[in-house]
Write a protein that binds this ligand. Sequence first.
Ligand code: ZN
Length: 285
Amino acid sequence: MRLANLRGRAVLLRDGTALDVERASGGRFPADPMAAFDDWSAFVEWAADADYSAAEPYAEEDLEAPVPHPRQVFAIGLNYRDHAKEANLGFPDYPVVFTKFHSSLSGPVTDVTVPGATMDYEAELVVVVGRELGHADEATALAGVAGYAVGQDFSERAVQQRPPAPQFSLGKSYPGFGPFGPAVVTADELTDPAALGVRCAITGPTAADRGLEEWVPQEGNTRDLIFPVGPLLSYLSGIVTLYPGDIIFTGTPAGIGQPQGVALQPGDVVTTSIEGLGQLVNTMV
Ligand code: ZN
């Protein structure tokens, strides 16, 4: 099942069409895309038998953040070995956790204003929580996942790394710096949620500087996560209570721009994709 947000209304996506949840459920589930998380298991049960005959074509750019108002947004740093190496910060003993403030979240197809000279990309798997989790063991935490989405953790490095102490959250929270979607995809739609290809491709000036039509700086796989989804949610839930609809940006594989002396420029189009989940297309302006 693929739950998305089409111009503020909850929809189920299938084969290029969108089914309006409120109409198809006869009002049982409201149009508010957050409402499905009030009782995620009931929603999943209803969606399994939903009649898609009234589904209609839609435009990707009309999709908004599939979880528009999560109570909490977590993001994880240094969660792939190859990325921890390029960042030159060693492998973490515990997850490195920060937030992206709500105001940075957006839908999958957007224009993003480049705020400075050191804007970077980070392709990431986003996990959406489906039930309240506190002190959950790894199996319980994994069973509490509602679904997965593609995320892009845009980062302004100068602000993120401004001394004397790094300010990860602020430098990653400019408007439009947290696109995710196109939908919340349940695990049954995926061959193996623990082994998904993660890719970031760039066209425009940054690719042209390399003599390329398209430059693909990131090609990773979620099987290389240092803290995979179960252990990660178990760890977080041992400290904070996780709520239905909370989202977690799980970290990025190697290939970010900064160690290569690359920063995003106006005109760049960043396409972030994950196997089975779809893609984000974000244009730098
Ligand atoms: Zn990140």
